[in-house]
Design a binder for this molecule. Structure first.
Ligand code: UD1
Ligand code: UDP
Length: 367
C-alpha cells in the first residue's frame, strides 16, 4: 500500500509528523512525504525537530504570497507528483490552502483522500478565514474523515456525510505534545531562560489570523498594552509570526511596552515548554487552543468564533473576541481574581490520548 502525506505549514507539519512516524513503522506501507513549502522557515523548523526528510518539496513559498498564488502553485506541483506516484491514499491534515489544494489535485485524479482533523466548524465561513471554507471544501472531496471528537463527527453527520466514512480518532496534536513537555526544560535562548517563571506572571501571546489583520489585531495589542501598563511582575512573551503584516502592527503598538519580550517563532520543543511555564495564554491560533487546555493553562481566545468549542465548554478557554474592552476586562479578571484563574487552570484534554496516529494508520490498513 502506498500512502502519501502532503502538508505545507507549521501546524500541519506538527500534526502530520506523528502520523508519518507511525506509517514508517509499517513495512507493508510505502510512505511518500511531499511538502508544498507554503511556509518556509516555520515549516523547516518542524521538519528538523521531527527529523522528517520530504521526498518532494515544491518550494512554492514567496514573500507576500496571495491565497491564489499558494493554491495555483500547489495544485500544479502536486498534480505532477500524484501522476508519478499514484498513491492508494493521500493524507492531508487540517484547513490550510495547502490542504485544500492537495484535496483538489487528488480528486482530479480520482485518488482517495483521508482528511485528518475533519469536521471542525465555526459556523461562519469568514472566521477563521479562509480555513472554515477550506474545511468544508475538503470535506466534500474526502473519502475518509478522521475526526478528533464526537462533536466534529456530529457536524459531519448534520451535513449529510455517511457515518461509515467518519472515524473518531482524537487529534494527532496530543501525540506530538506527549513527548515534548519537561518540567526542567532549559531554553537555548537566554532571554527565555532568564525569565522568572516562579515570581512573575508570564503571559504567552500569539496572533496571526488573516481575519484579525488590521483593526481587530490593533484592538488586541492595544488592550494588552493598556491593561499591563502599570502592572509589575508581569511579562508578555510574544513569539511573533513571520507575516510582515503581523509584525508591523505588533511593533507599532507594543514596542513602547517595557514588559514585552518579542522572540522569533520558536521551535516546537521550546514553544510547548514555554506554554507549560506560562501563567496564561492569549492566542488566536487553532493548535494552541488544543494544547493549552491539556497543560492546564487558561486561554483567552482572541477570535469571535472558534471551531474548537471543547475547551470553551470545559472552561479552560474563554472566547473573548477582538473587542478592546472585552479583552481588557477578561485579562484583568484572570490577573486580579484568583478564583476565576483557579477555575480555569485545570487540565482538560478532549482531544485524544496520544494514540491517534496509531488509530489512523490501523484504519487505513483496513480500508
Ligand atoms: C497559514 C494558514 C493558517 C495557519 C497558519 C499557521 C492558510 C490560508 N493559512 O497562515 O490556516 O493558521 O498558516 O501559521 O493556509 N511567512 C514567512 N515564512 C514562513 C511562513 C510565513 O516569511 O515560514 C510570512 C510570509 O510573508 C507569508 C506570510 O507569512 O506571505 C503569510 O503566510 P501564509 O502561509 O500565506 O499564511 P499564514 O498567515 O501563515
Ligand atoms: N508553535 C510553535 N512555535 C511558535 C508558535 C506556535 O512551534 O512560535 C506551534 C504550536 O505549539 C502549535 C502550532 O505551532 O502546535 C500552531 O501553529 P499556528 O498558531 O501557527 O497555526 P494554527 O494552529 O492557528 O493553524
Amino acid at each position: 500500500m502506498k500512502v502519501m502525506c502532503i502538508f505545507g505549514t507549521r501546524p500541519e507539519a506538527i500534526k502530520m509528523a506523528p502520523v508519518i512516524k507511525e506509517l514508517k513503522k509499517h513495512e507493508d506501507i510505502e510512505t511518500v512525504v511531499c511538502v508544498t513549502g507554503q511556509h518556509r522557515q516555520m515549516l523547516d523548523q518542524v521538519l528538523e525537530v521531527f527529523k522528517i526528510k520530504p521526498d518532494y518539496d515544491l518550494d512554492i513559498f514567496k514573500p507576500g504570497q496571495s491565497l491564489t498564488d499558494i493554491t495555483v502553485n500547489s495544485i500544479s506541483g502536486i498534480e505532477k507528483i500524484l501522476e508519478e506516484e499514484r498513491p492508494d491514499i493521500l493524507l492531508i491534515q487540517g484547513d490550510t490552502t495547502t490542504v485544500f489544494s492537495g484535496a483538489l489535485a487528488a480528486f482530479y485524479q480520482k485518488i482517495k483522500i483521508g482528511h485528518i482533523e475533519a469536521g471542525l466548524r465555526s459556523g461562519n465561513l469568514f472566521s477563521p478565514y479562509p480555513e472554515e471554507a477550506n474545511r468544508k471544501l475538503v470535506g466534500v472531496l474526502a473519502d475518509y474523515h478522521f475526526c478528533p471528537t464526537d462533536a466534529n463527527r456530529q457536524n459531519l453527520l448534520e451535513e449529510g456525510y455517511p457515518d461509515e466514512k467518519i472515524y473518531i480518532t482524537g487529534n494527532t496534536v496530543i501525540d506530538a505534545l506527549k513527548y515534548t513537555v519537561d518540567e526542567d526544560f532549559d531554553f537555548q535562548d537566554e532571554v527565555l531562560n532568564n525569565l522568572d517563571y516562579e515570581n512573575e506572571k508570564i503571559i504567552l501571546l500569539t496572533s496571526h489570523r488573516r481575519e484579525n489583520l488590521g483593526e481587530p489585531m490593533r484592538n488586541i495589542f492595544s488592550a494588552v498594552r493598556d491593561e499591563l501598563k502599570d502592572r509589575k511582575d508581569i511579562k508578555v512573551v510574544f513569539p511573533i509570526h513571520l507575516n510582515p503584516k503581523v509584525r508591523e502592527i505588533a511593533h507599532e503598538i507594543l514596542d513602547e511596552m517595557d514588559n514585552i519580550v518579542f522572540v522569533e517563532p520558536l521551535d516546537y520543543l521550546p514553544f510547548t515548554n514555554l506554554m507549560n511555564k506560562s501563567y496564561l495564554i492569549m492566542t488566536d491560533s487553532g493548535g494552541i487552543q488544543e494544547e493549552g487546555p491539556s497543560l492546564g493553562k487558561p486561554i483567552l481566545v482572541l477570535r469571535n468564533e472558534t471551531e474548537r468549542m471543547e475547551g470553551i465548554e470545559a472552561n479552560t478557554a474563554r472566547l473573548v473576541g477582538t473587542d478592546y474592552d472585552n479583552i481588557r476586562k477578561n485579562l484583568k479578571d484572570l490577573l486580579d481574581n484568583e478564583e476565576s484563574y483557579r477555575e480555569m487552570a485545570h487540565a482538560n484534554n478532549p482531544y485524544g490520548d496520544g494514540n491517534t496516529s496509531k488509530r489512523i494508520v490501523e484504519i487505513i490498513k483496513n480500508i
